[in-house]
Design a protein around this ligand. Structure first.
Ligand SMILES: C[S@@+](CC[C@H](N)C(=O)[O-])C[C@H]1O[C@@H](n2cnc3c(N)ncnc32)[C@H](O)[C@@H]1O
Length: 282
């Protein structure tokens, strides 16, 4: 293993925490997203997963944002990626394994575990995040944690996913908001490591900030980035992202615009295409 691979990724290292949201920029990003979801989509799951501090910062970010379409994106990305996970599942598969990596305080894992009781759902994130997430869900009085939902903690820059999941193979692996933190060569490296954990024909679903879309979101994005860590992975075109995933070894790569998926799902619109959704099949 190279020296670079043994060092915690910047998002996993302790850094100044001005608002008391968490030791790492990774956790702070996840707390703000959880706060936004609790404000915008107050389901029992998203309310249980958000902390007071995350909601307060989310409200501040919402007040700064003049364009409501910027906020629709938060709802569109969560539901859009979950829908793409559902579409990737083979209707005949009997022993499904779904993984959400860099899961943060997203309700995707518990929602998938509740709605597909025959699937095993595994969420992976940094140790602090996994510990806090499990505690919040177990503490929530109005929620039952499904027995088919479990957690693993790891710094995925240090530990290969295959090691984390002990060579189990997944039908679908999703990662929302992870590529933004990774330089292009790390996006490819991470995608290759994920591919090793997929069953043949399995699917990796992620998102990647799109340079053109990000231009719309200057204020809120800058604020988010100051708390959650600088965006390194911003792509100029769908073709460039497709190339990264083909280089990682995937056979087919389909790129979706969030606005199109949101329109199909009749989610609140307009949705600005800050990022692309990427569906890559082994
Ligand atoms: C922007 S947040 C997104 C969280 C979640 N997917 C969501 O949509 O709310 C990025 C997540 O990546 C996790 N993360 C960052 N670096 C990581 C690493 N090296 N290993 C594992 N998880 C990491 C953070 O802890 C955080 O939960």
């Amino acid at each position: 293993m190279s020296e670079r691979q043994q060092t915690a990724y910047p998002t996993a290292q302790t850094s100044p925490d001005a608002f008391g949201l968490g030791r790492t920029s990774g956790q702070r990003g996840a707390e703000i997203l959880a706060g936004l979801r609790a404000e915008l989509l107050p389901s029992p799951e998203s309310l249980a997963l958000a902390r007071f501090g995350g909601r307060a910062i989310a409200r501040l970010a919402m007040a700064m944002e003049k364009n409501p379409a910027a906020l629709n994106f938060v709802v569109g990305r969560l539901n859009g990626i979950t829908e793409l996970v559902r579409r990737a599942l083979s209707p005949n598969a009997s022993k499904l394994l779904l993984m959400d990596i860099a899961a943060g305080f997203s309700p995707r894992g518990i929602q998938l575990a509740q709605s597909i009781p025959t699937a095993q759902v595994v969420e992976v994130d940094l140790p602090d995040v996994v510990r806090d997430k499990e505690a919040r869900l177990r503490r929530a009085r109005n929620l039952q944690v499904p027995t088919n939902l479990s957690w693993r903690s790891a710094d995925l820059a240090v530990t290969a996913l295959a090691q984390v999941v002990e060579k189990e193979s997944a039908d679908v692996i999703s990662a929302e908001g992870l590529n933004a933190y990774l330089a292009p060569e790390d996006i490819t490296r991470t995608a290759t490591r994920i591919l090793e954990c997929l069953k043949p024909g399995g699917t990796y679903i992620s998102d990647i900030p799109w340079a053109e879309g990000m231009d719309y979101a200057q204020q809120a994005t800058r604020f988010f980035s100051r708390q959650a860590g600088v965006y390194k992975g911003v792509i100029d075109s769908a073709e460039a992202m497709r190339d990264l995933m083909l280089t990682a070894g995937y056979k087919t790569v389909i790129i979706h615009k969030p606005s199109e998926v949101a329109a199909e799902l009749k989610l609140p619109t307009p949705i600005l295409d800050f990022s692309f959704f990427v569906v890559a099949q082994r």
